[in-house]
Write a new protein. Structure first.
Length: 252
């Protein structure tokens, strides 16, 4: 039942977007899950990257109860969150040419690995170059973005391309340009962004699809359990020991 108040309208908008993604992106989510499972089965490593608020869905699948232990955060200093001061520095760094290449060159990522790149607009230099450089290194790249931006805005990368142009698999979050679901009389700016809700759901759906494909291959998915349930720490210790050569968030 819909609600006429802003809070209720936001839930309606978010649910509508989630339903669209579920129905329209199911094939791409399944393909992404298969790619992740294939990488795990082949001994490859998994990485997730996002800048600014797009880093939140990336962080949500790293060292996560109920998530794959092998997913690592590929962090670019100054762009991971709003704790950097000034916060606007993160936005500025997204437009710096060459930064993505420097980060990848100093990271553990190598040929045969997989990288999920999250960027709502997909128009800035950092995510575009991250995808280009990752593929050049031999990584498989999954992009999570809003295709609407590629169709309604101009790229900020010198190539004129967007994130979606340099990925093996693209997942469209369906978020409208501006990322604000509500408008109302008396408030000049649109408000209530839904990109984090929807993108996080896409990431978890992708992980679920990957777990399913691993089981189909006869492989026990290397999942983490909550440390707040009995036996959780012991379980996680065994998983992290078994896959220690593919987990990088435990050491520098």
């Amino acid at each position: 039942m819909s609600d006429s108040k802003p809070a209720g309208k936001f839930f309606d908008a978010a649910i509508g977007l989630l339903e669209r993604v579920r129905d329209e992106e199911s094939g791409n989510i399944a393909a992404a899950g298969a790619a992740i499972a294939g990488t795990v089965a082949a001994g490859g490593r998994l990485f997730a990257f996002g800048a600014g608020h797009s880093s939140l869905p990336a962080q949500d699948v790293v060292y996560r109860a109920g998530g794959l232990a092998l997913m690592n955060l590929l962090a670019v200093p100054g762009t991971v969150g709003v704790d950097v001061v000034p916060a606007t520095l993160g936005s500025a760094l997204e437009r710096v040419d060459g930064l993505a290449g420097a980060v990848l060159d100093s990271s553990p990522a190598r040929e045969g690995d997989l990288l999920v790149i999250i960027s709502l607009s997909g128009r800035n230099a950092l995510p575009v170059e991250m995808a280009m450089n990752a593929r050049a290194l031999g990584l498989k790249v999954i992009g999570v973005t809003s295709v609407a931006y590629a169709e309604g805005t101009r790229s900020r990368h010198s190539s004129g391309g967007f994130l979606r142009d340099h990925c093996d698999i693209v997942l469209d979050s369906k978020i409208a340009i501006g990322d604000a679901e509500l408008t109302t009389e008396g408030i000049e700016a649109p408000f209530a962004p839904a990109s984090t809700v929807v993108t996080s759901a896409i990431m978890q759906a992708m992980m679920a699809a990957a777990a399913e494909r691993l089981v189909a291959r006869g492989i026990e998915p290397p999942l983490l359990r909550s440390g707040n349930v009995d036996g959780g720490h012991e379980w996680n210790g065994r998983v992290m020991t078994e896959y220690r050569d593919r987990i990088f968030y435990r050491h520098g």
